[in-house]
Ligand binder design. Sequence first.
Ligand SMILES: Nc1ncnc2c1ncn2[C@@H]1O[C@H](COP(=O)(O)OP(=O)(O)OP(=O)(O)O)[C@@H](O)[C@H]1O
Ligand SMILES: [Mg+2]
Length: 171
Amino acid sequence: MDRLADIAALSSGPDDTAAIAQAIARVLKPNDVLVLGGDLGAGKTTFTKALGAELGIVEHITSPTFTLHQQYEGGRLTLHHLDVYRIDQIEEVIDLALPELFESEGAVVIEWGDTIAPALPAGYALLSFGFGDGDDDREISLLAVGPDWTARVPVLRDALADRLITDRQDA
Ligand SMILES: Nc1ncnc2c1ncn2[C@@H]1O[C@H](COP(=O)(O)OP(=O)(O)OP(=O)(O)O)[C@@H](O)[C@H]1O
Ligand SMILES: [Mg+2]
């Protein structure tokens, strides 16, 4: 059976997405990689802003769509924020020096990272952002890849308990 997600949560607005980001920020460790995928404009940057704020970063986090990589210091962890949406040439992916980044002490967030799957490390959390029924409704799911994130799924399930979407297979 395919495992599409370990956790699926409903967000009813940007503040809800921020709350989900805060819960994930609290379990974030050095070296972690978050891969953000899903629909265009569904809230990946909104999520990353709240994640950074929860880490204690005071600098304003902006969308790295054109800069590809931004680095933020001053929080509990250094935050590397990447957006590979524009990347259409393998050379540009190589220029990002991802292997070095994945070995750094910081946390790495990659918008559209699911599009460069072969360049990703062995373990990461894949977050998918999708639109829901209402204008501000979003479905945010998390798939743990590797044992390190799998071990954190129960903690995150507890933290997000009141937002969880019931597993459709059980419904
Ligand atoms: N529940 C929600 N969660 C997140 N953003 C929401 C929500 N409801 C409405 N929004 C709005 O949707 C927009 C999301 O934009 P954002 O830049 O975060 O998306 P994105 O996924 O990073 O886009 P892109 O695919 O261009 O990188 C913002 O304008 C935000 O205010
Ligand atoms: Mg974005």
